[in-house]
Every structure is written in C-alpha cells, then in structure tokens.
Write a protein that binds this ligand. Structure first.
Ligand code: BES
Ligand code: MN
Ligand code: MN
Length: 465
C-alpha cells in the first residue's frame, strides 16, 4: 500500500478513480433526485429518504456502525471506519444533505430535482450545497477501501439534515456524544474556492442573528379614504425604521452593534489584500450595477470580516393584482445579521430591539422576535493539520491554496470546536458562481473529481502532519 505523502497517485488507485467517474456521477445524481428541503414540512419524508439513501451508501462502501440518528428534527447520519494504525489520527467529516427550497422554479433551465449535465457542470438543487461536496468524501473513502481494503486514518462521518435551518438537533446532540464523535480534526467541504484551479482554505466564517420585526398600527385594516392622513401607516413606519438601520457610510447605526467586533490587524489586512477578488469580480458575479458597502473596507473584508444587517423580506398590506386603498394593520420584515468575531450572537436581537423602540414613533407599536443565532467561527492557522490541508490541495490542484475568510455561516462549526476541542479544515470544492440557494445551482464536475482526490490526499497527508 502506497500512502507516501509526496508520491503521485498510485496506479491502481488512479485506475479505480478513472473507471469510477461515471458511476459516482450516477450515484450522486440519484441522491440529488431526492428533494430533501429541510425547511418545508411537505418534504419531511424526502428528507428522511435522503438520510436513508446516504446510510445505505455508507454501508455499501464498507463504513461501519452506520446509524440514522433521530435526535429530534431531521435525522443525523453517522458512519465510521476505525481500523487505522495505532498512531493514526481520526478525521470527523461533517456535511449536510438538506437543501434549500427551489423557488422561483420558473427560472431553472432544467428541473431542480432532475440532475442534468450541461458542459462540465451538473445542475441540481444540492449539487454544490452540500450533497455533491460531501459525496466527494464518501467517494474518496470508497476508492481507498476498494483499492487497499483500508484507510490511512480513522474516519467518522457526521452528516445532518438541518444545516439550512440552523442545525438545532445536531447542536443538542453533538455535545452529548463527545466520546463517540472524538476526533483529531474536522473536515468540512461546504464552502467554495476562488476559481476551478485556485484552492482556498477558509479560516473564518461569519455568525448570524436572524429575526422578525413587526410594526402594528390600527387594530384592523382601514379604508385609506376614511382614515388616511390621520393615522400612521405601518408600512410607511416600518420603511422609515428600516431606513435608519444604516447610515450613509454603510455602517449599521444600532448602538453597541460594533462594540465587540474584532478589529482587523494591519497584518491580516495585508494578507486579505492578496486574495484575488475585487469589485469588478463582485459586479460580474452578482450582476449589480455597482458595488456597495461600508466605507473604508475592501470587498473581501466586507464579505468575510465585517458584520452586516440585511433586510431579507418586507411584507404588509395589499400586494395582489390591481389595487386596494387600504391602510394595513401590520407590517413585517425579516432581518438577519452576519456576525464576526467576537460579537455575541444572542446580544444582537436585544440591541436591535432597544434601538427600534427608542426611534419608533408613538404612533405605532414595534416588536422584535429572534428566530436564530449562531456565533462566528475562526480557525487557527498555526495547527499542523492546516499544513496537511495545504499540501493535499497543492498535490491535486497543482497550485497552493489562498487563505481567506468567508461570509456564509455553518452553525455547527463552533459547536464542533467547543465540544470536541478540535480544529476545522474548511476545504471546499464549489465555485463562487455555483448559484447556491438560487435557481440553477450547479457543481463543476472537474472540481467534484478533484474533490475526491483531495479527500484521499488529505487522509494521506494527515499521517505525516
Ligand atoms: N454552505 C453554506 C455556507 C457557506 C456558503 C459558507 C458560502 C461559505 C460560503 C451553508 O449551507 C449555508 O447556506 N448556511 C446558511 C446558514 C443559516 C441558514 C443558518 C447561511 O449561511 O445562510
Ligand atoms: Mn452548505
Ligand atoms: Mn446553504
């Protein structure tokens, strides 16, 4: 068995990987056909089917102790292989098999749950986030077990069905099973790299606070001719309140919001300036006419290292066909913040509430309701496993990884760090234009196959870390 760290891939393994590609693609496609949308209860059975599918696959490739765990909410899938040499480390591979809703459906070129290959891309909901990326590691383990009958390291898979809705069940389960889940390092492929040949190790993810703002005016909807001009319209009051949450420099105005925000060191700013991402790329990827953001920060800093407050949805009053002269009784907004180290995620809701109550006019009643919160994640870069990760990426991509922070959130990451006390390797294979959460989500297939090889290379590199 050749697990020598610098050797190219063993011929036998290479042949296996070549031959396996069409089958692996077919298997991933089968999994992607199951509409495991975690936030829509009409898909609860599908979510369960997706968990069962993965458990069967895990068993088929030779993983042991495979379990579909019901810990409240959607199931967690576990499976392990723990027969590596005595000194070998254990890798906990985390991922999620739940996916986002597909609306607006009419904007999909091919149906979201009928995987379709066009050019070098596989289009389907979950292709990149996260079934495809997680499946790359299942395929990596399969390749090694089929070729050699063993792995260089111990492996534990932990795959949940609630990531897209805040990881409630796993957040409760994980700290109660620290012995079972004990590992030396956690590997998460649920992020993206910068370009097909430019790997990226992420050392920071933002946290989150999400909530709902309600503005109440009259006790019921009113005729705007009989009352208009004499009562405060809740839609108008809500818009005025929301408009005061940022100043003209793009800063959030909520008092205390920035109090605990860790300032960027000059050193880190210099390092982040090396990341090949800028306003031009942002405009191209997002389709906006111009960039926007907090004065004094680069695009990379705004996305990865600065907190935000977004208005995700606003509703109230009449929005159907035609028109209706009405003053609505209530107006609503869904708001969420991306948080950075060391912001207290649980403190954000009360800060926003206090501020809104303070600026709210006496003509309406305002309430703020927290839906979800999770702190930001930072990964230390000076652990040996980061070096293994960089070597694994370099071996497969032929290019050294860039290091950066990312703006998205993976709620379980800090729970893993705190409960298990291990570092996390965020090694993604997705691309910035994979259309996560949007119509036409895709996975770039060359990256999928490279992802499998990175998984293998990482297992090999970890024994020499
Ligand atoms: N995979 C993403 C997180 C991500 C995306 C990290 C892009 C880095 C770059 C994950 O599935 C996700 O969408 N998370 C949610 C979490 C939320 C619903 C609690 C998010 O970030 O909005
Ligand atoms: Mn994800
Ligand atoms: Mn997601």
């Amino acid at each position: 068995m050749n697990h020598s760290a610098t050797a190219a891939f063993d011929l036998k393994l290479d042949a296996f990987l070549q031959n396996a590609q069409p089958r692996q693609l077919a298997e991933l496609s089968e999994w992607l056909r199951i509409p495991s949308v975690s936030t829509q209860s009409q898909h609860n059975e599908d979510v369960k089917r997706a968990a069962d599918w993965l458990a069967r696959k895990m068993t088929a490739i030779g993983l042991q102790n495979v379990e579909v765990i019901r810990a409240g909410g959607h199931p967690i899938v576990y499976g392990d292989w723990l027969h590596a040499a005595a000194a070998a480390p254990t890798v906990l591979i985390y991922g999620h098999y739940d996916v986002q809703p597909v609306d607006p459906l009419e904007l999909w070129t091919s149906p979201p749950f009928e995987p379709s290959v066009r050019g070098e891309d596989l289009f389907a909901r979950g292709a990149s986030d996260d079934k495809g990326q997680l499946f790359a590691h299942v395929a990596a383990v399969e390749a090694l077990l089929s070729t050699y009958g063993e792995l260089p390291v111990n492996v534990k898979f932990l795959v949940e069905g609630e990531e897209e809705v805040g990881s409630r069940a796993l957040t409760a389960y994980l700290p109660s099973e620290t012995e079972k889940l004990a590992a030396d390092v956690c590997l998460i492929s649920d992020t993206h790299i910068l370009a097909p040949d430019l790997p990226l190790i992420i050392y920071g993810l933002r946290g989150m606070w999400a909530g709902e703002i309600t503005v109440r005016g009259p006790s019921q909807d009113l005729h705007s001719g009989m009352f208009g001009g004499a009562v405060h319209n809740p839609n108008q009051a809500l818009c005025a309140l929301l408009a005061q949450l940022h100043d003209s420099a793009g800063r959030i105005t909520v008092p205390g919001f920035y109090d605990d925000v860790q300032a960027l060191s000059a050193e880190e700013r210099t390092a982040l300036a090396q990341v090949p991402y800028d306003e031009e790329k942002l405009i191209q990827e997002s389709g906006v006419p111009a960039a926007w953001g907090e004065d004094g920060f680069t695009v990379t800093e705004r996305i990865g290292a600065r907190p935000t407050l977004e208005i995700n949805g606003i509703w109230g009053g009449f929005i159907g066909d035609g028109f209706k002269t009405v003053i609505p009784a209530e107006a609503h907004a869904k708001v969420s913040c991306r948080l950075v180290p060391d912001q207290q995620s649980s403190a954000v809701g009360p800060l926003i509430e206090q501020f809104l109550l303070q600026i709210a006019p006496p003509t309406v009643e305002v309430t703020v309701n927290t839906l979800q919160h999770a702190p930001a994640t930072v990964v230390p870069l000076d652990v040996p496993e980061i070096k293994s990760a960089a070597r694994a990426y370099t071996r497969v991509f032929g290019a050294e990884p860039v290091f950066s922070r990312e703006g998205g959130s993976i709620p379980i990451a800090t729970v893993v760090q705190e409960a298990l006390g291990i570092p996390i390797l965020f090694m993604g294979f997705g691309l910035p234009d994979d259309n996560l959460h949007a119509p036409n989500e895709k996975l770039h297939l060359p990256n999928f196959y490279r992802g499998i090889r990175v998984g293998i290379a990482l297992m090999e590199e970890l024994i020499s870390s």
